[in-house]
Design a protein around this ligand. Structure first.
Ligand SMILES: CC(C)(COP(=O)(O)OP(=O)(O)OC[C@H]1O[C@@H](n2cnc3c(N)ncnc32)[C@H](O)[C@@H]1OP(=O)(O)O)[C@@H](O)C(=O)NCCC(=O)NCCS
Length: 148
């Protein structure tokens, strides 16, 4: 297994991976080629992919805004799960964030995502239940579609 930073050239492979993950939301603008280009330009070092036999089988998308880091699209292809690949990608991403001086990371795990919540809990992450998540849409073209 090889872990490395995500490159823009990985776009087709990572999009195919995200589309294969059950229960993922794919955003029309944010997850477009241009969306990833913008994201990687701002965050070139803090994203991780896992690669095996020249295939991308896992990803952690991570943005750091100078105060807080956020994780998105954390996933491992179904036939590669339970091999600590998710854990290793998270560790690699955390290491890259330490180098940038980040102090904390937030992410959204849907309440219905039992495995996702178990994963974060078992990795020692704290569940915040004292805050509400607010969203405000700036671009109505950024619709989302559920994978399956
Ligand atoms: C969540 C996900 C990324 C975990 O990837 P993974 O490579 O299988 O996870 P790991 O092997 O690194 O597991 C690390 C730990 O998480 C916990 N864990 C992972 N999957 C679990 C499961 N199905 N049930 C219970 N605990 C689980 C275990 O404690 C595990 O440690 P262990 O193997 O020593 O028991 C993967 O299941 C996935 O892609 N799910 C779909 C997408 C998703 O829900 N992403 C999270 C969005 S918030």
């Amino acid at each position: 297994m090889h872990y490395r930073a995500m490159q823009l050239e990985d776009y087709d492979s990572v999009l195919a991976l995200w589309q294969s993950i059950e229960g993922f939301y794919i955003y029309r603008v944010d997850d477009s080629f241009e969306g990833l280009r913008k994201f990687l330009q701002r965050n070139p070092h803090t994203n991780t992919i896992a690669e095996h036999n020249n295939q991308i089988i896992g990803s952690v998308l991570c943005g750091y805004d100078g105060r807080c880091a956020y994780f998105y699209h954390v996933c491992v292809r179904k036939d590669y799960r339970h091999q600590n690949i998710g854990k290793r990608m998270v560790e690699r991403t955390i290491e890259s964030l330490r180098k940038e001086g980040a102090t904390h990371i937030n992410l959204i795990a849907f309440k219905t995502n039992e495995i996702g919540n178990l994963f974060w809990h078992d990795l020692g992450w704290s569940l915040r239940d004292n805050a509400n998540l607010y969203s405000y849409t700036l671009d109505s073209a950024n619709t989302r579609s559920l994978t399956h």
